[in-house]
Design a protein around this ligand. Structure first.
Ligand code: ATP
Length: 262
């Protein structure tokens, strides 16, 4: 696939771009080009093109049903696009089965957390490392997760199902980190959490990013997400309608009206 789309340029004929503070160059870690996905006859993604560059936090915003989760599912191979391409580190992974994604460095904390409620915190984290080939450095990975989430260290023997909502979210992110992803996809990590925990989750998301993990963040909490994102894409009914730097979109009038309460 030729790389003829300058980074940061509008991603479809109808998308508008607001100024991007600093637009990365080089090969994107993840690139979607004109991706169309369906559920039966429902045309859920209608030509999604987006880039995530190494080291970035990129957020996908949009109302309920805009296609955010479907975009993540499509990237992760859980839904095969009918047309369009998905590239990871410059390689075409459009038809790669979902179970191979962990191996190449794509990790996900899914919507609704999906932790194993009858397993302990430790066992849940071990499940994350299961598909890794290099078991040697597992201790380092546990240490990293427990440093990011001291609460999980305290509750390491407790069953997942007995954790609070915030702790379950931490566990879902921690489990994804155990796969040592190059790209971590987070689907609505703030959903259902109290404001103080939302702040904590966003702060930890930034910490994970500063440690070198690229992040694709799906959120309905637009204010917080734009606050931490380098760049953002706004989805509406399966299309990207706006893109730009997180800070610029925070100040964009249309975005303020639609997603930030004016
Ligand atoms: P939410 O925040 O509510 O999860 P979203 O932006 O993630 O919203 P999606 O869940 O990706 O939106 O949904 C995009 C479209 O696809 C919607 O019209 C939705 O009704 C439809 N859709 C999602 N999942 C399915 C499914 N399993 N079967 C049929 N249609 C679906």
């Amino acid at each position: 696939m030729t790389d003829d789309r300058a980074p940061g340029t509008p991603v479809s004929a109808t998308a508008t771009a607001v100024p991007a503070a600093s637009v990365p160059t080089g090969t994107p870690l993840l690139r979607l080009t004109e991706v169309h996905s369906y559920y039966g006859n429902i045309h859920a993604l209608q030509g999604i093109s987006l880039d995530v560059f190494p080291g970035e936090i990129v957020t996908l915003l949009g109302a309920n049903g805009a296609g955010k989760t479907t975009t993540l599912k499509t990237i992760h191979g859980l839904l095969r696009p009918r047309t369009g391409t998905i590239e990871f580190e410059g390689k075409d992974i459009t038809t790669m089965p979902a179970h191979d994604h962990v191996r190449i460095g794509i990790g996900q904390s899914p919507e609704g957390r999906r932790i194993f409620s009858r397993m302990s915190v430790l066992e849940n984290l071990q499940m994350g490392s299961y598909s890794r080939k290099d078991k040697g450095s597992l201790d380092d990975d546990f240490a990293r997760v427990f440093e990011l989430f001291p609460r999980l260290a305290e509750r390491r023997t407790q069953h997942g199902g007995t954790l609070s909502g915030g702790e379950q979210q931490m566990l879902a992110i921690g489990r994804a980190l155990m796969t040592r992803p190059k790209l971590l996809m987070l689907d609505e990590p703030s959903m259902g959490l109290a404001p103080i925990l939302i702040e904590l989750i966003f702060k930890i998301t930034q910490d994970i990013n500063h440690q070198g993990t690229t992040i694709l963040l799906v959120e309905q909490n637009a204010r917080m997400a734009l606050g931490v994102a380098d760049r953002a894409y706004v989805l509406q009914t399966g299309r990207i309608i706006k893109t730009g730097a997180g800070q610029a979109l925070l100040e964009d009038e249309e975005v303020r009206k639609a997603y930030l309460g004016g």
